[in-house]
Design a binder for this molecule. Sequence first.
Ligand code: GLA
Length: 414
Amino acid sequence: MPANSIDNETVEKLKGLAQQNGLDISGAKVRRSSSRFCLGVEHGDYNGTELFGVATDRFIWMAYKPNGTDRIKLFSGNFPDDGIVEYKLGDVPEPKSAAISETWGRFPYGIDYILRREGYQLKQGIDGVIYGNIPGGGMSRSASLSLNLILSLFDASGIKIEDKMAIVDLAQAVENDYIGSPCGKLDQIMILFGREGMGTYYNPTKRSIDYVQLGAGATDFRIVVLDTGTERPGLEKSTYKIRRGECEELVSILQKAGYDISRLADIKDEAMYEKIMTEFGVDYPDLCDRLKYIFAAQNRFYKMLEAWKAGDVETVGVIFREDGIGLRDDYKISGAELETMCDIVRTVPGVLGERMLGGGDKGASGALVQAESVEAVQQAVETAYPRSCPEFADKYAVHICKVVDGIRVYEGLL
Ligand code: GLA
């Protein structure tokens, strides 16, 4: 099936979910939002680095139709026990309410809250049915859901936003201010701007997006996502929040010492970096380790971009692996099962690089793999992972991914 079409099974699934729950999606549109795979700098977004990544073909699909009322009615096939999430426009729980912290409904509630706060008036409610196959942890399921809901609600109310970066900001605000997750902008950018076959390059200083085609003559490779089957709680409940805090603490210590920086990414100069490590390495060894990773990964980022443009996937893979070692040893954001996956695939011939993905602790690792070695990777994981992590033997999965458009809308299917 071509990467950008929608399969019958998904359409039937959406129809069935609507029927079982008394929701009307006849003639509805379907919006598909992707997952994302970051090629660099992982954990760079909230530290101010440039970013590069792609949209990948694990998705959330949402069929939705304006219902002419002031009520939103949504059902997720992934969280059937939550039942229909239903509310009146403008009538949602307060941000970070304990009562909703374990339900997926906090995303639509949060969107209602943030859109209203930012002055957007939704004109009418929708009936909507959602279904997705993005694993939790590592591939940005939450950003995909937030973007899908925002775009669909805007569409249903005829609201058009030219500046796509404003949508990124809204989706981030839903997570930061309503849900309480301290995420950056990486996920939203890579999904919203993602294009088939292209890498998306974001420059935070200019807030600009450029597309970078993989250079001609590149080795045929696959992006492989190694879902460990572990569940990662929200970023607000994980090491992520601690690392963010540590990075901010180091920035503030350095500012007080007279360094003219506002983010760790501002430390680009080798001499400045060496001076900081000498001055602060003894008193703040852990904070300096965080800087060590960011500084090295930021340097590698530019080499990685050049390698991508040149079609030199082998070098992209080497850098991906080096980033993984920095994330494991210096940034200390990986997790036991994530590293088990990396250890299993690292020595398989044809694996160009591997590392943990995304927020950290749990979730998925990723690998860049020569196309002809994908089967060997699958076999290695099938043999070794259940032995090393028997409690996840029924839950782990290997996803072979394509680079696709981040957002697509389909009409005339329902
Ligand atoms: C999570 C966050 C992103 C980013 C990555 C790490 O996915 O949501 O903002 O910080 O972790 O690169």
